[in-house]
Design a protein around this ligand. Sequence first.
Ligand SMILES: C[S@@+](CC[C@H](N)C(=O)[O-])C[C@H]1O[C@@H](n2cnc3c(N)ncnc32)[C@H](O)[C@@H]1O
Length: 416
Amino acid sequence: MLFPPSLPPTPSGRSLGRVETPPELVRFMVGLAEAPKGGRVLEPACADGPFLRAFREAHGTGYRFVGVEIDPNALDLPPWAEGVVADFLLWEPGEAFDLILGNPPYGIVGEASKYPIHVLKEAKGLYKKALSTWKGKYNLYGAFIEKSVRLLRAGGTLVFVVPATWLVLDDFSLLRAFLAREGRTEVYYLGEVFPGRKVSAVVLRFRKGGRGLALWDTRKEGEGFIPFLWSEDPEWNGEIIRFETGWTREMEASGTPLGSLFHIRFAARSPEFKKHPAVRREPGAGLVPVLTGRNLKPGWIDYESNYSGLWMPKERAKELRDFYATPHLVVAHTKGTKVVGAWDEKAYPWREEFHLLPKEGVKLDLLFLVEWLNSEKMQVYVRTLYRDFVPHLTLRMLERLPVRRENGFRTNPSSS
Ligand SMILES: C[S@@+](CC[C@H](N)C(=O)[O-])C[C@H]1O[C@@H](n2cnc3c(N)ncnc32)[C@H](O)[C@@H]1O
């Protein structure tokens, strides 16, 4: 057993990210999997080994089957498979595999109060040491991908179902670059395939060695998924993965990215407000509500309602962030993959959302710009590219929103 000393010996259930994989999804993935006869097939985080079972049913018995599971109570493999009780991320089998497939655990390893995967918290330092792609909060599934790629033999295949967040989030930029360096990546978009779970999923199929990216969409038909190729990029270097179309490319080619017109800042966080000496928990004379995303509407701001439970004198907001002192553009982070923006003409304190400050020489036609950001066309643009990969608009998405001159900006003649 490879438990780090302070890990409880039988962590189980939800605390380890246990989720059943729908059988039609297992079948789809097994259809994408291949291994040479006599090859070694591995299912990490296997529990009762649904992928090993389905692979053997589809491809026959002539393989060596191995499953790794951290929870001895969950490990339940048939006699033809070798079961190993170990933390997969720290496991060193001393051999390479031809095929690795399965459904790794998903979750951020952290405090019990915030994240379900807290039992592995003690091991986090060891994971970070063993893996090169760990970044930010990261996620167990990213770590499982890297570890699996390391365990593949040259030419070997990895087939995992994982959340779609790695396609776009910065926390996975090292992982994307690692995949681009190590082999050829194929992504099959599925959307919400786990019953009762709000997780947009993709199947990652990776071949060690080779190069490039292929993005596939899928259609659910009867009991199966039909894949169709969306785009290919033979030169992929780990950039964000998006569902580009001729129209989105045209939009971006004919506009200026919002990030080159504005400095984009985040609001001060809740704890900063709570620590500030001028912040109160009750309304009072000379105090205004600290605004949240719920105060931000398409094209206007509700300055009256208080959703934060915090009040403060407006003039002192600049002690938290200097940009609170000036009227500026606010764009939502918290409203799904949607663009919602408004001009904060009263310059209030905000506990959430993006705050956009024009760069030197940029002159704004506010009405046009706010209207463009909230327009239906803009919603179609973000939805087309990023679907439901993540439940919010990210900084990287916001920076790339295309703005044409007629949509609301001018630059000084000297800087244009
Ligand atoms: C998402 S489930 C997948 C189970 C199975 N593949 C399926 O599709 O139903 C995650 C499984 O991973 C196991 N697990 C979690 N962390 C692990 C780790 N670090 N090493 C090995 N197994 C782990 C859990 O005990 C759980 O059985």
